[in-house]
Write a protein that binds this ligand. Structure first.
Ligand code: ZN
Length: 476
């Protein structure tokens, strides 16, 4: 339920809006779905609920531009994985072991985990489309969690093996059924698809580094024809990049536009980055998975320096929590290390500021998905997607620099309140769900996924994985 709220006398408002700046002792007025006013001593009426802002930082909700939300049940399975391990287990075994109900629970709990950590918008790169029912279930999970998101329907086909949740006949007789089904989903759930809608329809391309360019062109045309607002894809993963220069080739085909959003892109060439900048394409760096899985150094700062729309993503929860504080921190310190090491002597000036990564996690994300007029900053007239970070404990008190506190000190447990679209979805540090009951449903789902995954023909799938990897490293 939306309503009328006033956050009274917040210690700090980190607005990410240049004209508002970072005022102290400031009020924020929220009415219905919108931020109405930001400033000192705002007038409110008796029907405004007052929220005490003492020792609180108010900041925009985080925007996660790359997430496979369905993977909740697989938390911690990939903490020692490099990319080939991930491809074998997540993309060939566990993915094929998900029923529609598992996809629902994965997306629902994954979106709740995001909200708990202050992520108010996510790009759900949803490659768990084992059947049309999986697509419905994944969308329903996002709806029930009340998160703002774009559901990016993926064409990826999990492999079929005896005991998997794949329909062998459907995959063999109509292997491109997902294109048609994406259209059905658009019609069923996303008739309006306007910028202010909580959920919007997007599309995920087949893996561009492994897909013929003409097929990618057809997929982009299809996505645009059904009204997908964000068209996303993995691309150019450093040492796992076969050198196909996808963006350059899509440019030659006149397919590049601001609705495209590439994740990773650690090995984009200079000319590709310039094309990305020119056409306003979004880029998402996922520092945790890129640094862990051998995908090379995150490109975010290089892209940002060239004027590209650089943003951040969590990617997977099988090796990292859905925590944007952590992504900001990891990217910032890795970049500082890289730039300081490149100097001939010791660093006399700080290479990179905390504010740069906070921008990527908020306004940068909003720009990358074309919603910078709707979300991403504490600006009157924008949708009320914001978080209240409590700083009265031993780790967070006192605060001299609120941006430094958000980037280098805070974690999800400091988030007292989360607003999405003017509605409180976390308050008093707690989500509005019955977690013990939900946890038991999640536990049952984990048990059934693990039981099915045991039937996977490991040796055959390893051979298929090796082919996949060979194609990724075929560059001369
Ligand atoms: Zn990914």
């Amino acid at each position: 339920m939306t309503g009328k709220y006033i956050i009274k006398n917040a210690s700090h408002v980190v607005s990410m809006d240049n004209t508002i700046g970072n005022p102290t002792n400031c009020d924020v007025l929220i009415e219905d779905e919108y931020i109405r006013a930001v400033g000192p001593n705002l007038k409110s009426s008796s029907d405004h609920t007052i929220i005490d802002g003492t020792d609180v930082i108010v900041c925009p909700g985080f925007i996660d531009t790359h997430r496979h939300t369905w993977q909740t049940q697989l938390r911690t399975v990939a903490t020692d994985h490099v990319l080939p391990d991930y491809i074998l287990y997540l993309r060939q075994i566990y993915g094929s072991s998900y029923t529609p109900h598992d996809a629902y629970i994965g997306n629902y709990c994954g979106a709740l985990e995001s909200i708990d950590n202050g992520i108010t918008y996510l790009v759900d790169h949803s490659h768990i489309m084992n059947s049309p029912e999986h697509a419905d279930a994944a969308v329903q999970g996002l709806i029930d969690a009340k998160i703002r998101a774009v559901f990016c329907y993926a064409t990826y086909m999990n492999p079929t093996w005896e005991g998997s949740c794949m329909d062998k006949e459907r995959e063999e007789t109509t292997p491109d059924w997902r294109l048609k089904d994406a259209e059905r989903i658009k019609e069923k759930y996303f008739q309006s698809n306007e910028p202010g809608d909580l959920l919007r329809m997007g599309f995920t391309l087949s893996e561009p580094d492994l897909t013929p360019i003409d097929q990618l062109v057809r997929e982009i045309q299809h996505a645009r024809s059904i009204g997908a607002k964000v068209i996303t894809a993995h691309s150019s993963h450093g040492k796992w990049d076969p050198g196909n220069f996808i963006v350059r080739r899509l440019g030659q085909k006149k397919m590049v536009g601001p609705d495209l959003l590439f994740s990773h892109g650690t090995s984009f060439s200079e000319d590709e980055l310039l094309l990305i900048q020119e056409y306003g394409v979004g880029i998402c760096s996922t520092p945790d998975t890129e640094l862990q899985m051998g995908m090379s150094h995150p490109i975010a700062f290089k892209a940002k320096d060239l004027g590209c729309k650089a943003s951040l993503g969590v990617d997977v929860c099988c090796s990292t929590p859905a925590d944007m504080f952590r992504q900001m921190r990891l990217l910032l310190q890795a970049q500082r290390h890289l730039e300081h090491e490149a100097l001939t002597g010791g660093a006399l000036n700080m290479a990179r500021k905390c504010e740069e990564v906070l921008e990527m996690a908020t306004m940068g994300g909003a720009k990358a998905v074309g919603l910078d007029k709707v979300i991403g900053s504490i600006t009157p007239g924008k949708r009320a997607d914001l978080i209240l970070v409590k700083c009265d404990n031993l780790r967070m008190f006192p605060i001299h620099d609120p941006i430094g506190a958000l980037v280098l000190y805070a974690n999800g447990s400091d988030i007292e309140t989360v607003f999405i679209n003017g509605e409180i979805v976390k308050s008093g540090g707690k989500l509005q769900v019955e977690w013990p009951k939900l946890r038991e449903e999640l536990r049952a789902s984990v048990k059934s996924i693990m039981a099915r995954s045991k039937k996977a023909p490991l040796e055959d799938l390893k051979a298929a994985r090796d082919e996949f990897i060979k194609a990724l490293v075929s560059r001369e």
